[in-house]
Design a protein around this ligand. Structure first.
Ligand SMILES: NC(=O)c1ccc[n+]([C@@H]2O[C@H](COP(=O)([O-])OP(=O)(O)OC[C@H]3O[C@@H](n4cnc5c(N)ncnc54)[C@H](OP(=O)(O)O)[C@@H]3O)[C@@H](O)[C@H]2O)c1
Length: 314
């Protein structure tokens, strides 16, 4: 089968199409014929060697985590799926294995049935960023129409899910995005938008109950300037040292720094599919073919993307 792999850390030039044996499944696994893979920033952070602590430095490495496809084969212990089921899922060891291939073997616990109303590219867009958005929600505590929430970097894949989930909670959301993306932020439920290329949210004299930084560029030290005395900073892009440090610092201050990690569990997928059934839109910015995989990563990595970029495989 064909797969995308790389033999060294680097930019998109290191990505290669390789020929590999079709994976052999274990008893608890399913073999999925891949139809679509969505791109996540995590893919290129691993490829650029920015996550060596977790990914290790062994090669070859594969790429892509989120996928959708059709079950081709089930392991002897798998009872909840059968050949032909349309599914979406996540590569469990996302640091080492890759979904950007013709087939992937994964635990049946990392795969969920795809509703007929959701396309393969849309389903492949759900797991990592969708689960991270639900994790943010789980960390918010009580939220009502008076809760002032700032989402910085609000119109990528993560923001698309988060803005719409916050809207379903009736929160008062200010979204920070670039000029061309402001209309998407409004469409996905932002009550107010700020164009980060023209205004600096840190100097506007307005404070928030919750600041969520999806851009990874604000940081807690800056965010404190616009946080109320008792407020939350939610950080899905922590530096490794911030994970233990935030726990200690939080004991001594009313402003809490909370690290958010994605955990694509069945419960979170249920929450997301329920939100989809109630109108959450999964916006696909652009679809590339498998042979255009390198172009797809170049396109996603240059920024300015609203929603998700997807690679389709026939
Ligand atoms: N903790 C976890 O488990 C977890 C899970 C999923 C994702 N993440 C991380 O969360 C982040 C967001 O994910 P994503 O998929 O939404 O990525 P993305 O699609 O690249 O979105 C990032 C957003 O930040 C905006 N941005 C860039 N510079 C900015 C600035 N100076 N001020 C405000 N906004 C700015 C970008 O807007 P423009 O491109 O329009 O400039 C873009 O909309 C990534 O770093 C990702 O790795 C973490």
């Amino acid at each position: 089968m064909k797969a995308i792999a790389y033999q060294q850390f680097g930019n998109t030039d290191v990505l290669q199409t390789v020929e590999e044996p079709k994976p052999v499944i274990k008893s608890n696994q399913v073999l999925v014929k891949i139809k679509a893979v969505s791109i996540n920033p995590m893919d290129w952070k691993i490829r650029k060697g920015e996550m060596k602590l977790m990914s290790g430095s062994k090669f070859p490495k594969h790429t892509g985590v989120d996928f959708a496809g059709i079950i081709e084969e089930t392991g002897t212990a798998v009872t909840n799926f059968k050949k032909g089921d349309e599914v979406f899922g996540v590569g469990k060891n996302s640091m080492k294995e890759g979904a950007l291939a013709e087939y992937v073997a994964v635990s049946s616990a990392s795969v969920w049935k795809k509703p007929a109303s959701v396309s393969f590219p849309q389903a492949a867009s759900i797991p990592i960023t969708g689960a991270a958005a639900v994790s943010v929600l789980e960390n918010l505590g009580e939220v009502n129409a008076d809760t002032q929430i700032l989402v910085n970097g609000a119109t990528g894949g993560f923001g698309m899910f988060l803005l719409q989930l916050l809207k379903q909670k009736q929160a008062n959301v200010t979204a920070v995005a670039s000029t061309n993306a402001l209309d998407f932020a409004k469409k996905w439920g932002a009550d107010k938008v700020i164009d980060y290329t023209k205004e600096n949210v840190l100097t506007q004299q307005k404070t928030y109950d919750i600041v969520i930084d999806l851009s990874g560029k604000m940081g807690y030290a800056n965010a404190r300037q616009i946080m109320k005395p008792k407020s939350l900073f939610l950080n899905p892009t922590p530096k490794p040292i911030e994970i233990p440090l935030s726990l200690i610092k939080n004991l001594f201050t009313g402003r809490k720094h909370i690290v958010v990690l994605s955990d694509p569990s069945s419960k979170k997928m249920e929450t997301l599919l329920d939100a989809v059934s109630r109108g959450l839109q999964i916006e696909i910015n652009k679809v590339f073919s498998f042979t255009e995989s390198v172009d797809a990563y170049r396109y996603a990595e240059k920024g300015g993307v609203t929603g998700k970029v997807v690679i389709e495989i026939n």
